[in-house]
Design a protein around this ligand. Structure first.
Ligand code: AHG
Ligand code: MN
Ligand code: MN
Length: 343
């Protein structure tokens, strides 16, 4: 029997192969350790006193997104900040839960990487015991920058050197890419270690499953209306096959299903979120997921542009998202292209 490969061993082998350096290895180990702490907090549920909204005196705590923060959003953010503050591998961090980026304090050495994260994705599911997750993206700090600010994070997704998520479901899994395939590690709770359980994940090119919040249907743009209309028409429609639908409302859980068995995930532009550019955030939701999905043979698009080529203009910028099985993402893009060409 071959011995199990731990995350540590996987990373050391990537380092020996020259694909990552020691600092990036440490960074990923530190993020994984923070995810273990978050997993424990999430797993305690009501017993840990961590459910419900953040804030005090009956006043909700609102983040930069204008969304009410849950206690676990705040706690997960603090766990990631504390874990990454002192290791010397980072120059600065940015988070969904922080208005602006945070340079590493002068008390510690500054490294060459920038880390972005969505500390807890799927907040609406925390109180109902449905899977939530953490998403992260790693960029290089631009050469010669000793005081990193928000503008230094504004690099397209193609510049990511690593990305991943941790899903807190029936089991806790870390899914990671350093640009050499997408790999899944399952947390062995008895020994506290992530163990490689799926090497080189591949998303089936074709699918009969889509994920979208259908309650927004009447707010969508015409090409999205036409695309989903044809999916729903099934065997009798132009697509000639029946489709199934799933929507967890935790991007991490929906993307994890798609990486495992295929499908298309979409959070399109709708008239409610059009002014903001979309619902999901480019830098710490769409881009890391797009990197993971492309590394698994899938595709990711805004509907009009490859996700990883979008030039960011803001840390908390939002974008429409289509990602998953390659042929289905291409089909969704085609509906947009044909609609736009008609003018
Ligand atoms: P977050 O909890 O980090 O703010 O992200 C929630 C996101 C994403 O996880 C999910 O796909 C989407 O919001 C769900 O949106 P709806 O509630 O509109 O379906
Ligand atoms: Mn999120
Ligand atoms: Mn979040």
């Amino acid at each position: 029997m071959t011995p199990p490969v731990s995350l540590t061993r996987y990373l050391i082998e990537e380092q020996r192969a020259g694909r990552i350096n020691a600092d990036l290895r440490l960074l990923i180990e530190v993020v994984a350790r923070a995810c273990k702490s978050i997993s424990i907090a999430v797993g305690k549920g009501a017993l840990g006193g961590v459910l419900g909204d953040a804030g005090s005196g009956g006043r909700a705590s609102i983040n930069i997104q204008g969304e009410a923060q849950k206690k676990l959003d705040v706690l997960s953010n603090e766990i990631l900040l504390e874990a990454n503050a002192w290791g010397g591998h980072l120059a600065a961090l940015a988070s969904e839960e922080m208005d602006v980026s945070l340079p590493i304090s002068d008390d510690y050495p500054r490294g060459n990487y920038l880390l972005l994260f969505d500390p807890l994705d799927g907040s609406s599911n925390i109180d109902v015991n449905v899977s939530v997750g953490t998403i992260f993206s790693v960029l290089r700090c631009p050469e010669g920058v000793s005081e990193p600010r928000d503008e230094h994070f504004l690099q397209p997704g193609t510049a990511q050197v690593a990305a991943g998520y941790c899903v807190y479901g029936p089991s806790t899994m870390l899914v990671l890419t350093v640009g050499n395939g997408t790999h899944a590690f399952t947390l062995d709770r008895e020994i506290g270690s992530f163990v490689l359980t799926a090497r080189g994940m591949r998303i089936p090119e074709e699918t009969r499953e889509f994920a979208v919040n259908m309650s927004n249907q009447r707010f969508w743009e015409p090409p999205m209306q036409a695309y989903v209309g044809d999916l729903l028409a099934g065997k009798d429609g132009p697509r000639g096959k029946d489709f199934n639908m799933r929507w967890v409302a935790s991007m991490v859980a929906d993307v994890h299903r798609i990486l495992t068995r295929g499908g298309i995930f979409s959070y399109p532009l709708d008239s409610k979120c059009a002014a903001k550019g979309g619902k999901l955030r480019l830098m710490y939701e769409a881009n890391p997921m797009a990197f993971l999905v492309e590394q698994a043979g899938g595709a990711a698009s805004t509907g009009r542009q490859r996700m990883l080529e979008v030039q960011p203009t803001g840390l908390h910028q939002r974008v429409p998202v289509f990602l998953g099985s390659r042929q289905e993402v291409e089909a969704a893009v085609r509906y947009h292209r044909e609609h736009d060409a008609r003018g």
